[in-house]
Design a protein around this ligand. Structure first.
Ligand code: SF4
Length: 176
């Protein structure tokens, strides 16, 4: 009998998409992975709600808003193995630079001081910012950390390959 495919999700929180680009940089190696996984969620998957029973979720980006927090808690509850991908997810990195100034000052700078036409801070549509941007593991338990800005494609491939082979990846040992 053909073994069941791994249900794989990739998530983009407060990041620049560079970590997803690095994943795509695995190039033809993605074909090896594609045969063993079902991609059930990601920027290119058109589902409205994060699915149940996900085997592996790879998270790019930090936790910056109430929406990020809500999403990561739901994702954690529905995921067996959660991976923080890239320095924004692992440490807060670039999005956390705003922590020195506070959410109000950032909103004022973006929507009032840098806007010539109709300056106002939106109260609807954009998610409410948290007081600080934090790494993913401060919101929910994380199983593996893959550092880098972005992590090299080879490192991402090796972590995913280890998981697909049933091994426990050790990205820190392979980094650099
Ligand atoms: S770690 Fe670097 S590449 Fe990845 S989302 Fe953050 S800034 Fe972008």
């Amino acid at each position: 009998m053909t073994p069941a495919k791994i249900r794989l999700a990739t998530v983009w929180l407060d990041g620049c998409s560079g970590c997803h680009m690095s994943l795509l940089d695995c190039d033809e190696r993605l074909i090896d992975i594609a045969g063993q996984v079902d991609v059930v969620w990601g920027p290119l998957v058109d589902h409205k709600e994060f699915p149940e029973n996900v085997d592996v979720t790879v998270v790019e980006g930090a936790i910056s808003s109430e929406e990020d927090l809500h999403r990561i808690r739901l994702i954690r509850a529905r995921t067996r193995i959660l991976i923080s991908l890239g320095d924004c997810a692992v440490t807060g990195n670039v999005p956390a630079m705003r922590n020195n100034f506070g959410a109000s000052a950032i909103l004022r700078r973006a929507y009032i001081e840098n806007t010539a036409s109709d300056p106002q801070i939106p109260r609807e549509v954009i998610p409410q910012l948290l007081a600080e941007t934090r790494p993913v593991h401060e919101a929910v338990p994380v199983d593996f950390f893959v550092p880098g800005c972005p992590p090299p494609a080879g490192l991402i491939f090796s972590v995913l390959s280890d998981l697909l082979e049933g091994k426990s990846p050790n990205p820190a040992a392979k980094f650099g």
